[in-house]
Structures are given as C-alpha cells and as structure tokens.
Design a protein around this ligand. Structure first.
Ligand code: PMP
Ligand code: GLN
Length: 380
C-alpha cells in the first residue's frame, strides 16, 4: 500500500461495530440511530426511483436539493447563498471533507484541527500530504483554548478545520470562541472548513455557523449532511456551501472521486430540509431525553460524565471505576458486558490525553439505552 495511507489502519468505528455484531452487544459505539428517519422522506426517495431518477445526477447536485440547501441556510442562519455556484452536493459530509482538504491543501501545508478529532480528518490531511496541528479541548469543560489556537498558527498554516457541535466531546462553540477563531483566520488569511453535521443537535444552546460572523463568509467552507439531522446516516448525502472558489475546489476533487452522488436520494433530502420547525424541535427533544437517560445512568454507575451540549455522544472518564485505559476497557466491554463504546484515545495525537475517556452514543431507543445500562450494572 502507499505511503499516503501508512499507519491509518482500520477505523475504530468499523472495528467496534464488527465487535458488536460478533458478540451480540448493544452498540453505543458508532453513531447511527436505531430508528429510521421520517417515512415521508423514505417514500420520497422510493418515488424518485420509481419515477426514473436512477441515472447520474449533475456533479454539483440536483437543482432542487441545491435550492433546498440554500433555503435552509437562509431560514436558520440568515445566510444567502447562490444555489448554482455556492453549493456542492457530496457523498456524505465525509466526501465533502476529503474533497475540501484535497482541493485546498498542498503538501507541507499545515491544517489546524480540534483534538479529539473526527478520524477522517487525520486520514485525508495525511493523504493530501498536509500536516495536522492539533489544538486540544480538555476535560472537564472541553472549551477551546484560544491561546493554544493562536500558538498553533505558523507561516505554513493554510486552514482551520473546525467542528461544531463537536464530535466526540459534545462541545458547541460559543460566539466568543468563534469570534476568536475568526480573528485568527482573518489575521493570518486562513480558510476555515467548518464541519457542522450536528447543526440540528444542540441542547439549549444555539448552533452558530462561523460563516455568519463578520468577514467570515468569504473564507469559510461549511459542510453538513442529511445523515444526522434526518436519521438517515446510510444515505450519505452531504454538501459544502461557501464562496464559489472554495466550493469549486471541493467539487473539482469530488468529480474524480465519485463523480456524482445518489440521484434518487437527493430530492428526498431536499424535502426533509424543508420540514417545519416542529420536526426539528421534536427531534431535539427526543434526543435530549435519551441524553439525559444515558448520562444519569452512567453517572449512577460511577462514571464521571461530561454532559454534552450537542451531538449524540456523551463522554465519560472511567477512572472513578478503577480503569485507566479506554482502549482496553472498550475492547473488553463487549465480551464482559455486551455493550460497545468508543475509546477517545484514537482521536488524539497525544494518546495519554484521551486515555481514560470513553464515548457513548445515545441515538438509540430509550429501552435500548436502559438495557445497556442494566448490562453495565451487572459488570461494575
Ligand atoms: N463529521 C463528523 C464530526 C461526524 O461525526 C460524522 C459522522 N459520521 C461525519 C462528519 C460524516 O458524516 P457523513 O455520514 O454525512 O459522511
Ligand atoms: N459519525 C459517526 C461516529 O462518530 C459515524 C462514524 C463512522 O462510521 N465513520 O460514530
């Protein structure tokens, strides 16, 4: 295999989901809901297939989805974007991130990432020949250390890869934190790539796209997808929005990775983006109940729990229970308790920093979360 993928191995999500299947465990590891998204959207996709939308879509995405993405940005964030030049549809946010990095980062360029980081960031920065510069969000608050962000910038820095709401910590960056990032980006003329796939999953705090801050629209590529917002993670319909120069660099790569993305799924996601406010608020209410159920349960078991402001993941410190190594803990847990979780340490350059932290997904039915807690009770 090529040097480009040296050391990347198999993603933790594949490893842990395979372990869950093999051991018949409850999978609170990989983040995917155990309840499918709205039936009307699934019907819309089936209708699109039956009405003949089964051949290649346009490379930048079908017009009604690009329009719906622009309308959604306007409705929720007041951002006006041109659906013809400032939106590109991709195969999940994952492809948007990969295409953006490959399209914007040259060998030797440095990219600042929040650590713990989503694992695909590391892989695609490496594939681009770039160098990642982690800025660590630390327990118990997982706030952005602004001074460390400033210190991470060098003359080689080209981009800041942001993620809010942040996986795996659940941090939702505040306006003040985003203003600090914006100041750094403007001062050093950096591009911001902002992964906002959990934009509709915040609990009592607002999600603020950094593109809405003064001076940021012109230097921000915002990435999202339908997977989390509509509980359709397997559909892999994502998008990038922003100034046409950044979108076209992204789509310029995407065209040679997959050419186009799921033609029948795109009009269905367009419909979903137009759901009324009641959809989005009841989605959050349900997820918040599940968050509280899981977090209370884990705290009762003795874990130190860091209750997330966003995403559908909760982080715990396992040391109060006498464990120190999250990787060992997560590899043993399926066999001994029939539950799967994700060790933080794979998301850090500094494995020590994440060693005692373990992530649990709560995008699962309340009875499934309750059963997982019951199984853990037997163990601990
Ligand atoms: N970014 C983050 C932070 C994620 O958690 C995920 C979820 N897998 C993705 C990107 C990928 O999203 P998609 O499934 O749309 O590719
Ligand atoms: N975003 C999800 C998670 O963090 C799924 C990851 C994946 O399968 N690549 O669990």
């Amino acid at each position: 295999s090529s040097a480009r993928i040296a050391g990347l191995g198999t993603t933790i999500f594949a490893e842990m989901s395979a372990l869950a299947v093999r051991t018949g465990s409850i999978n609170l590891g990989q983040g995917f809901p155990d309840t499918d998204g709205p039936a009307s959207i699934i019907d819309a996709a089936a209708d699109a297939m039956r009405s003949g939308r089964n051949q290649y879509a346009p490379g930048i995405g079908v017009p009604e989805l690009r329009l719906a993405i622009a309308a959604h940005q306007q409705r929720f964030y007041g951002l006006t974007i041109d659906p013809d030049t400032e939106v590109g549809v991709t195969t999940g946010a994952t492809e948007a991130i990969a295409s953006a990095i490959l399209g914007l980062v040259d060998p030797g360029d440095e990219v600042i990432v929040l650590e713990p980081y989503y694992d695909s960031y590391v892989a695609v920065i490496q594939m681009a020949g770039g160098v990642r510069k982690p800025v660590t969000l630390r327990a118990p608050d997982f706030r952005l250390p602004i001074d460390e962000l400033r210190a991470a910038v060098s003359t080689r820095t080209t981009a800041i890869l942001l993620n809010t709401p942040h996986n795996p910590t659940g941090t939702v960056l505040t306006r003040e934190e985003l203003e600090a990032v914006a100041a750094v980006a403007q001062e050093h003329d950096l591009v911001v790539i902002s992964d906002e796939v959990y934009e509709h999953l915040t609990f009592g705090v607002p999600h603020i796209p950094i593109a809405t801050l003064p001076g940021m629209r012109e230097r921000t590529l915002t990435i999202s997808s339908g997977g989390k917002s509509f509980s359709l993670t397997g559909w892999k319909i994502g998008w990038a929005t922003g100034p046409s120069s950044l979108v076209s660099a992204t789509i310029g790569v995407k065209q040679f990775l997959t050419y186009t993305s799921g033609s029948a799924l795109q009009p269905a996601i367009a419909e979903a983006l137009r759901f009324d406010d009641a959809y989005f608020s009841s989605f959050v209410t349900q997820m918040q109940k599940q968050r509280d159920l899981l977090c209370t349960g884990l705290a009762d078991l003795g874990f130190e729990v860091f209750v997330p402001e966003g995403t559908y993941f909760a982080t715990t410190d396992i040391r109060p229970l006498g464990f120190t190594d999250g990787m060992e803990f997560c590899r043993a847990l399926p066999e001994v308790a029939g539950v799967v979780a994700i060790p933080h340490q794979v998301f850090y350059d500094d494995a020590e920093a994440g060693a005692p932290l373990v992530r649990w997904a709560f995008c699962k039915k309340p009875e499934v979360i309750a059963e997982a807690l019951e199984r853990l009770k037997g163990l601990l």
